[in-house]
Every structure is written in structure tokens, then in C-alpha cells.
Write a protein that binds this ligand. Structure first.
Ligand SMILES: NC(=O)c1ccc[n+]([C@@H]2O[C@H](COP(=O)([O-])OP(=O)(O)OC[C@H]3O[C@@H](n4cnc5c(N)ncnc54)[C@H](O)[C@@H]3O)[C@@H](O)[C@H]2O)c1
Length: 264
């Protein structure tokens, strides 16, 4: 049987770790040629196990326009075109609004929202008709979390950016969708496992009673990248185990308990 992504070329940002790495790896396994775009050159070592006809790395800061433009063009030059782009690079921070520095606010908005804009812009320019763009937002696009104003705002922005992009690119049959993960075990969330009670609270807030692994997100990304989803666009797709039905864990409370325990 022909794999679902055979003949397709994908660009995935933030793909040397966590969710991006799982998506890139799944896309390769399902027949795509994949450009892994990340600032972490050492992290790209995992690509050694793949055929160079199907996998390539480019150093790319998702917040830098010329880097992103070059990454999209690299996919075309190296593999002959671009059919799929996943704007995945992102990170969070913690800070109550009244205490939050402007620099930290800008850093998160720059990566989590402007970085997605740049990926959509430059992938969208060179993408073949019928392509698919997938923007990784978060449960926090729709569920507020105290102490995460910048991240929540950026991710909510991604959900709206996706809809506008779907409208603008639809005449070329390019589809644009948002994936909104809940808690996924990655380097980015490692700290939650060191905070007493937080992971338990995340799990309690799901309807299915567990947190996610990166492959849970890659499963949906594969569907959205493939022609099986050719009538799916402008969508907001939660992969959060039902967590959006409940509430976000009490992060300020957890940080306060940590400080108490440390005698601060
Ligand atoms: N892990 C979760 O629970 C979770 C939940 C919801 C949404 N998300 C989102 O999923 C995406 C991936 O997160 P993850 O958990 O896999 O994190 P991760 O830290 O494991 O991976 C993030 C990757 O992005 C790269 N990166 C960071 N800054 C970059 C930049 N300026 N340009 C290019 N690459 C850069 C890192 O080098 C790393 O490879 C993020 O957008 C995150 O907000 C994660």
C-alpha cells in the first residue's frame, strides 16, 4: 500500500524535540520528505537514522524572517516542492501580569505567534496547490491559566491566524488547521513533573484520565497533512483528553507550595 504522505514534502519547525520531533518522524515513516527546522543543531543528530532522500536539517530561528524564508525555500530546492508545513516551535513562561516583564511578554509573543505568522507566510508563498498548513497552538488558546497571559494570548492568536490564513489560501486548495494539545510529556513540560500535585491535577482535569505523549499529537498531524482531510480547513482541533471541558491547574498555588517547601 502506498503510504499516505508518499511524494509529499514537509517543513516542521521546532522539530528536534518533543511534539515537532514526533511529527517529523511520523511524516518520514509515512512517506514524506521532511525538513527539520530548529535552532538546536545538536538535537538534529536523530536524523542520522533516516535516508537523506527523506530527511534534512536546516538551522532556523522561527522568529527570524530570513531564516524562515530560507527554510521554506530549502525544502523546495532540496526536495522539489513544499506540500505540508507545521508551525510548531514554541515555549511557555510563567509570570503574573502585574509582575511580567515586557521583554518576557515580547519573547513569548514573538516565538509563539509571530513565529507561526512567519511560517505560514513563507510556507504559504512556495507551497504547492492542495497543501496543508498545521499550526500548533495549545489548550491555552481557549482555556485561561493564571500566570500564563503571554502564552495564552499568543496561542489564542494562533487559532485566529489559522482561520484568516485558511480564508486567504483556500483558493489554492491549501488547508490551514490548528492543533491544540493538552499536557504532553516533553522537555518543555518537564518542570511540571517536579511540582507536587500538578500532573495529577492535569490528569484529573481530563475526561480520559491521562496526559499525552508526542505521538498523540503526531497522529492528528498525520491526518491533517494527508489527503484524507482534504475537506478539513480553518479548524481548531483539540488533542487534550477532554481537558477543555474543565479547568486549568492552579499554577500560582503550585509555585507558592514549592516556595514554601523550599523555605523561601
Ligand atoms: N508539551 C505540551 O504539553 C504542550 C501543550 C500544548 C502546546 N504545546 C506546544 O507544542 C509545541 C512544541 O512544544 P514541545 O512541548 O514539543 O516543546 P519542546 O521544548 O520539546 O520542543 C520545542 C522545540 O522548539 C525549538 N525551538 C525553540 N525556540 C525556537 C526558535 N526560536 N526557532 C526554532 N525552533 C525553536 C526547540 O529547540 C525544540 O526543539 C510548542 O508550540 C508548544 O507551545 C506543547
Amino acid at each position: 500500500m502506498t503510504p499516505p504522505l508518499a511524494g509529499k514534502v514537509a517543513l516542521v519547525t521546532g522539530a528536534t524535540s518533543g511534539i515537532g520531533k514526533a511529527i517529523a518522524t511520523r511524516f518520514i515513516a509515512e512517506g514524506a520528505a521532511v525538513v527539520v527546522a530548529d535552532i538546536d543543531e545538536a538535537g538534529a543528530a536523530f536524523l542520522a537514522e533516516f535516508d537523506t532522500a527523506q530527511a534534512a536539517f536546516i538551522r532556523c530561528d522561527a522568529t527570524n524572517e530570513s531564516d524562515v524564508e530560507a527554510a521554506a525555500q530549502f525544502a523546495v530546492d532540496r526536495f522539489g516542492g513544499l506540500d505540508i508545513a507545521v508551525a510548531n516551535a514554541g515555549k511557555g513562561t510563567f509570570g503574573l501580569i502585574t509582575e511580567h516583564s515586557l521583554d518576557s511578554w515580547r519573547e513569548i509573543i514573538d516565538l509563539c505567534l509571530t513565529g507561526v505568522f512567519l511560517t505560514v507566510k513563507h510556507a504559504g508563498r512556495v507551497m504547492r496547490d492542495g497543501g496543508s498548513i498545521i499550526n500548533i497552538a495549545s489548550l491555552n488558546a481557549i482555556q485561561p491559566a493564571e500566570g500564563m497571559a503571554a502564552y495564552c494570548s499568543a496561542k489564542a492568536g494562533v487559532a485566529m491566524l489559522t482561520k484568516v490564513a485558511a480564508m486567504e489560501l483556500g483558493h489554492r486548495q491549501i488547508r490551514v488547521n490548528t492543533i491544540a494539545p493538552g499536557l504532553v510529556e516533553t522537555n518543555a513540560t518537564g518542570a511540571f513533573w517536579m511540582m507536587p500535585g500538578i500532573v495529577e491535577e492535569f490528569v484529573e482535569n481530563t475526561t480520559v484520565g491521562r496526559f499525552a505523549q508526542p505521538d498523540d499529537i503526531a497522529n492528528l498531524a498525520l491526518f491533517l497533512a494527508s489527503d484524507q482531510s482534504s475537506f478539513v480547513s480553518a479548524g481548531f482541533h483539540s488533542v487534550d483528553g477532554g481537558a477543555a471541558t474543565k479547568r486549568y491547574p492552579d499554577l500560582p498555588g503550585a509555585f507558592a507550595r514549592l516556595a514554601d517547601n523550599a523555605g523561601l
